[in-house]
Design a protein around this ligand. Structure first.
Ligand SMILES: Cc1cc2nc3c(=O)[nH]c(=O)nc-3n(C[C@H](O)[C@H](O)[C@H](O)COP(=O)(O)OP(=O)(O)OC[C@H]3O[C@@H](n4cnc5c(N)ncnc54)[C@H](O)[C@@H]3O)c2cc1C
Length: 439
């Protein structure tokens, strides 16, 4: 079938095999010479595409055990984050780290070593994994953790499915007192102001900013900072205290059609950004976790907004010392091209963990571009700016970076290759992305 990532660019005709159990995975690994695991297809680009064999893990979504004392969940790799939330939030537990969508699998989160709005405090999802079970190219199943098979464990977190198929994992969750978040919204009039606000908000568990990517001159980098804490029961409005884990009823909608390309242009995007900046009210609010963490999930198939040709999300991180200069250069170039998106996100990350895991201490910027030739050429220019400032792009979002730019920017690449040479010398596990990047 024709398959794509969340950005719907690129598309490829892939032979898709559905695994319903660990036995199915092992049989497929034994039978195929080239394959890649796939979760729920929320990586934006070509990371979960292999025309020869793409192994869909979503059918094996079992929860195997949950330890109420320690908060450790044992689940199959296909378990969906949305189901983990539905099941465990009412019991007072929340994932230690969450991406901006809940429609991802446990295996997909580990393979991308996802980060959330709390990266500066909690690190990546990998920092909360006790162990994972991995099916290797030679048919063995090994348990990996910080103590056992440590290099393989480190390579698999962020390894984009290239070390083997994650069968399941043990993940330690955090305690919460309610399904709500105390959110504060602050306005920053330019790039210096938003960077100062991030620094001043380091003690907050969750911080993230929406940034107006088309503002220029004095307004360059104007933004809204959202910071949050899981709300204690006594912080909830009185009417919610008796049932602190009950969410308000909210209708989800569906993007009905692919938007025509003309709807998304520099004027509509600039107008939206201006309106969003001015209309947002600074202040404090108690909001439910869906609204705080997953605002986009209420519109199913919102990826159709960029038209039938698809889109690319560009997410890069710049080392902290180079962030001010690098972000100005990136935003200047994007605004000059008039090419940015409705939703551009800025976040201050904490230190990273090496190998292929994306985060490093510094600022990460993420924004969408319709996948057309002019924008793709612009992104190549952005790659040069990122490289010149010592940064790198995130593989879970990538669909097009050149091998040379990629290889320069991940210092842990040799360690990653050494692990793969040991467990998969023939490179059985491969994706369109890994081939493009020469991995
Ligand atoms: C709206 C939106 C918001 C997002 N926000 C964030 C964010 O805030 N932070 C962040 O870090 N990421 C974010 N992402 C990216 C997303 O979290 C990752 O791409 C994640 O990997 C998707 O999980 P998936 O189950 O859909 O995996 P897929 O997209 O299907 O696969 C992604 C990668 O994981 C590998 N993989 C999947 N399952 C397995 C397995 N069982 N064994 C081995 N490898 C496997 C695949 O081979 C592929 O390389 C966001 C994505 C979207 C669409």
């Amino acid at each position: 079938m024709m398959l794509a990532g969340w950005g719907r660019y690129p598309r490829a005709d892939c032979r898709v095999i559905a695994a319903r159990s660990q036995a199915d995975v092992l049989a497929t690994v034994a039978a195929e010479t080239s394959l890649i695991a796939r979760g729920n297809g929320r990586a934006y680009g070509d990371a979960a595409l292999n025309p020869a064999a793409t192994l869909n893990l979503c059918r094996d979504d079992r929860f195997i055990a949950f330890d109420e004392a320690s908060g450790v969940l044992t689940a199959a790799a296909g378990a969906l984050l949305a189901d983990i939330l539905d099941c465990l939030v009412p019991r007072g537990w929340f994932p230690p780290v969450t991406p901006g969508t809940k429609f991802v699998t446990l295996g997909g989160m580990l393979a991308a070593d996802v980060h959330g709005k709390n990266h500066h405090k909690a690190g990546t999802i990998g920092d909360h994994v006790e162990s994972l079970d991995l099916a290797l190219a030679d048919g063995r199943v090994v348990r990996c953790s910080r103590e056992d098979n440590a290099p393989l464990f480190a390579a698999t977190l962020g390894g984009m499915g290239l070390t083997g198929v994650i069968l399941g994992a043990q993940l330690k969750l955090q305690r919460i007192e309610s399904a709500y978040v105390r959110q504060e919204t602050l306005r920053a009039r330019d790039l210096d102001a938003i960077m100062d606000l991030f620094e001043a908000s380091r003690d907050w568990t969750y911080t993230v900013a929406w940034i107006d990517c088309l503002a220029r001159g004095r307004d360059l980098g104007r933004a809204l900072l959202y910071r949050g804490e899981h709300a204690r029961n006594d912080e909830l409005p009185a009417r919610r205290r008796a049932a602190p884990f009950t969410l308000p009823v909210r209708r989800t909608r569906r993007m009905p059609v692919d938007f025509p390309a003309v709807m998304l242009n520099r004027w509509t995007v600039a107008a939206f950004n201006r309106f969003f900046y001015r209309a947002s009210r600074p202040g404090t609010a108690i909001v439910d976790y869906d609204r705080f963490f997953y605002p986009l999930d209420t519109i199913h198939e919102w990826n159709r907004m960029y038209g039938s040709g698809g889109f690319v999300q560009y997410q890069c991180v710049l080392p902290k010392a180079a962030s001010r200069a690098g972000l100005s250069a990136l935003l200047d170039r994007i605004a000059a091209a008039g090419a940015g998106s409705f939703l551009s996100v800025l976040k201050l990350l904490g230190p990273g963990r090496g190998m292929l895991s994306f985060p490093m201490e510094g600022y990460t910027l993420a924004l969408d571009f319709r996948a057309d030739p002019a924008n793709l050429a612009l992104l190549t220019e952005l790659d040069a700016i990122v490289a010149a400032h010592g940064g790198r792009v995130y593989l879970a979002k990538d669909a097009r970076i050149a091998a040379g730019d990629f290889r320069q920017s991940y210092a842990g690449l040799n360690d990653f290759a050494a692990v793969r040479n040991a467990v998969d010398p023939a490179r059985k596990f491969a994706s369109l992305q890994s081939r493009r990047l020469g991995l």
